[in-house]
Design a protein around this ligand. Structure first.
Ligand code: 1GP
Length: 245
């Protein structure tokens, strides 16, 4: 079964998918993150970052993950250099709220032949960055969404669905001091039927419960695996997997 089908099956069965993000730009910390994520029992790994990525670090990070876990490894590239044949799939993202066409369609056009050459499964993903004070927002030239306007998030979500994008990723930004507002998650959920991912700044079980109760099908945890201990991480994963209320 391909990766997308596995993720969609979890959604149909009402199981929240936990993605562990490993940033190859942080070799030592990334190795710790991979080990902790494998130990805590993530459902899939995302590998990528918005800043520096080179092919050697990328392949090394994936090799390390493969030695720890047999769950799918999905690339989460910030640019064309975030691609490698060593992964199972790629979140083929378009940054919907970028002010730079390069991040909406330019990098995708340059990357498409590589995705094909490498035999990667492409998962069409609409990417929306909600907060402006993060590295990913700066690099992707994202137009920040004003806080307290979930109706704008709903409009992006609607457009993503109408354009046939089967995944939507609401991003708060790695290491962000605030996670995506549950009202924005709920607004996206009511407007979008596909697989809804939420990440950025999720480091407390209450925050995880808030976004999954609001309708997230998957959560992305990155920084948590770099610093928290295994019991704290298990509490985060339990919060994600508790039956939604
Ligand atoms: C970043 O949403 C992910 O793309 C993860 O964010 O590192 O804050 O968990 P954190």
């Amino acid at each position: 079964m391909n990766v997308e089908k596995r993720l969609l099956r979890a959604k149909e069965e009402g199981r929240v998918v936990v993605f562990g993000l490993v940033d190859p730009a942080k070799p030592g910390i990334g190795a710790r993150a991979a080990r902790m994520a494998a130990e805590a029992g993530v459902d899939a790994f995302l590998v990528g970052g918005s800043t520096f990525v080179d092919r050697d670090s990328l392949d090394e990070a994936i090799g390390n993950i493969r030695s720890l876990s047999d769950v799918p490894v999905i690339l989460f590239p910030g640019n064309v250099n975030g691609l490698t044949p060593k992964a199972d799939a790629v979140l083929f993202t378009s940054l919907l709220n970028s002010e730079d066409p390069y991040y909406i369609i330019g990098a995708q056009v340059l990357g498409a032949p590589l995705v094909r050459k490498y035999g990667l499964e492409a998962i069409p993903t609409a990417y929306l960055i909600l907060h402006g004070d993060t590295a990913v927002s700066h690099v992707g030239r994202a137009r920040e969404l004003p806080p307290g306007k979930p109706e704008l998030v709903a409009m992006y979500a609607m457009a993503a669905g109408m354009m046939g994008m089967r995944f939507l990723y609401l991003e708060g930004g790695s290491g962000s001091s605030r996670h995506v507002d549950p009202k924005s998650v709920a607004a996206a959920r009511s407007a979008y039927e596909g697989f809804l991912m939420v990440g950025g700044g999720l480091r407390a079980p209450e925050a995880v419960s808030a976004v999954t109760s609001a309708g997230a099908d998957g959560i992305v945890l990155g920084t948590a695996f770099e610093s928290m201990d295994v019991d704290e991480l298990k509490a985060l994963l339990e919060a994600a997997r508790r039956r939604r209320t």
